[in-house]
Design a protein around this ligand. Structure first.
Ligand code: ATP
Ligand code: MG
Length: 443
């Protein structure tokens, strides 16, 4: 406040500083956002087909939702979270790094499993303090599916088929499915003890990260990208060998459903996931076309999370995909994605016609036509030539010319702006419903 006064009394011009978006957080501009809307619309349709319903949870959650006593040390919780104190009441809060925990919290809070299982999906921004690079941002966006209250492997299969069908629906190619089973907690404990023993015999080749995790989360060491540790990781005891009958039966039943449905996959015994709450099935859809940011979608079963969040124990399974990565991969593959351009651009040579023209434009829009109204950028509406230039750059397929002659006849001229134009035709303003729809499909 005092600063402001000083500059006022000195009557110095105030220098406005240009501000940029926070590092790693992106603006999604119109050309790009049209692709997002197309993807989101495709997802909504597919989700409806599978009878999944939309859930929207807050972006800010209590930090305790992510830092749970029982959780193992994961990168996300350990170093990637945007956590802060509420300035007014000191409450520990976090920008959600993922949405599964929030969905589970909501399901428990609203007692949603009371009358049986739930199939849910969400879309929205997530926040992780990572090193920004292509395909890795600090604000990124996920679409996720979560199914709660069902135990059988057919639900694991359903969520995988759902993702598989999405790739088909959007024309995404060359994503491979990798599958693993993490078994149940006692099986993991036995495997964990064997792993610790194994790594104790090879401490000389462990890097800093691995040493740190050796006793806190040895399973995560298997996920290392350090080539120097390749041999020690490959010779490590496999969790699959520690699975009991029930876990194996679940896994095999899932595999059978995928086989019958023609979904190819490979087994990856080293596949573990970034969150600590998974059991039994885990999977990832991976591409080789996005460098080291190759996982486009990941998920699995999390039968113990609901009770960790204070609910009555119930099984659950789900996945999340990264919108940025899916769209980047589509682009990499040369897919032509739709852009939402208006169908028509209204050219209005005389400014005094505008009030009436607007009335007709609103009627055309009510009939389903997307119409952009011409507006002058300086004084007046501008010359016909400049209006046609703007019509052209709007991307519209047609120009609607509301000239004085036309208006006198209660008519409008329609001219194609694409493919060389062609003849102009005149249509009646009294019968918009007879021709409006014909402008919605390309010439
Ligand atoms: P990665 O191994 O690439 O760090 P992750 O295992 O941390 O991925 P998940 O927590 O499983 O990722 O999130 C599901 C999906 O969300 C990922 O497969 C990816 O497509 C996307 N995703 C995760 N983190 C980011 C990020 N920082 N920027 C963009 N997309 C991301
Ligand atoms: Mg990660």
């Amino acid at each position: 406040m005092s600063d402001l006064k000083t500059s006022e009394s000195n009557s110095k011009p105030v220098a406005f500083k240009k501000l940029n978006a926070v590092k790693g957080m992106n603006d999604i501009l119109p050309g790009e956002s049209a692709k997002w809307e197309w993807l989101e619309a495709t997802v909504r349709k597919l989700m409806a087909g599978y009878a999944y319903r939309n859930i929207r949870t807050p972006i800010v959650e209590p930090t305790a939702l992510f830092v749970r006593g029982l959780g193992e040390v994961t990168d996300i919780v350990e170093k990637e979270m945007y956590s802060f104190e509420d300035r007014l009441n000191g409450e520990a809060l976090t920008l959600r790094p993922e949405s599964t925990a929030g969905v589970v919290r909501a399901v428990v809070e609203h007692n949603m499993l009371y009358e049986g299982g739930k199939r849910l999906y969400y879309m929205g921004p997530m926040f992780r303090h990572e090193r920004p690079q292509r395909g890795r941002y600090r604000q990124f966006h996920q679409i996720g599916a979560e199914v709660l209250g069902f135990q059988g492997p057919e639900i694991d299969a359903e969520v995988i088929l759902l993702a598989h069908d999405l790739w088909q629906a959007i024309g995404l190619k060359d994503v491979r499915l990798e599958l693993n089973s993490l078994g149940q907690p006692p099986e993991r404990l036995a495997h964990r003890a064997a792993l610790i023993q194994h790594f104790e015999k090879h401490t000389d080749v462990l890097d800093e990260d691995a040493k740190r995790r050796q006793y806190t989360n040895p399973l995560r060491i298997l996920d290392t990208k350090n080539p120097a540790m390749k041999a020690v990781v490959e010779s490590a005891p496999k969790l699959m060998d520690f699975l009991g009958e029930a876990s194996l039966a679940h896994f095999n039943a899932l595999r059978q459903i995928l086989d019958v449905n023609g979904v190819h996959y490979s087994l990856n015994p080293r596949l573990v996931r970034g969150m600590d709450y998974y059991n039994l099935t885990v999977f990832e859809f991976i591409t080789d076309q996005l460098g080291s940011q190759g996982t486009v979608c990941g998920g699995g079963r999390y039968d113990y999370l609901i009770e960790q969040v204070g609910g009555k124990p119930a099984p659950a399974v789900g996945w999340a995909l990264g919108i940025e990565r899916v769209l980047a991969l589509l682009e990499e593959q040369g897919a032509v994605l739709p852009d939402a351009m208006p169908h028509a651009y209204a050219i209005v040579p005389e400014a005094q016609s505008l009030p009436h023209v607007l009335k007709y434009l609103r009627q055309l829009r009510a009939l389903g036509l997307n119409v952009q109204m011409h507006a002058g950028s300086g004084e007046g509406v501008g010359s016909m030539k400049s209006q046609f230039k703007k019509a052209d750059s709007s991307g519209a397929q047609y120009a609607l010319i509301f000239g004085a002659d036309e208006m006198l006849q209660n008519a409008v001229s329609v001219k194609s702006l694409r493919d060389g134009g062609g003849a102009q035709r005149t249509e009646s303003l009294a019968k918009l419903d007879e021709w409006a729809h014909s402008l919605q499909s390309p010439t």
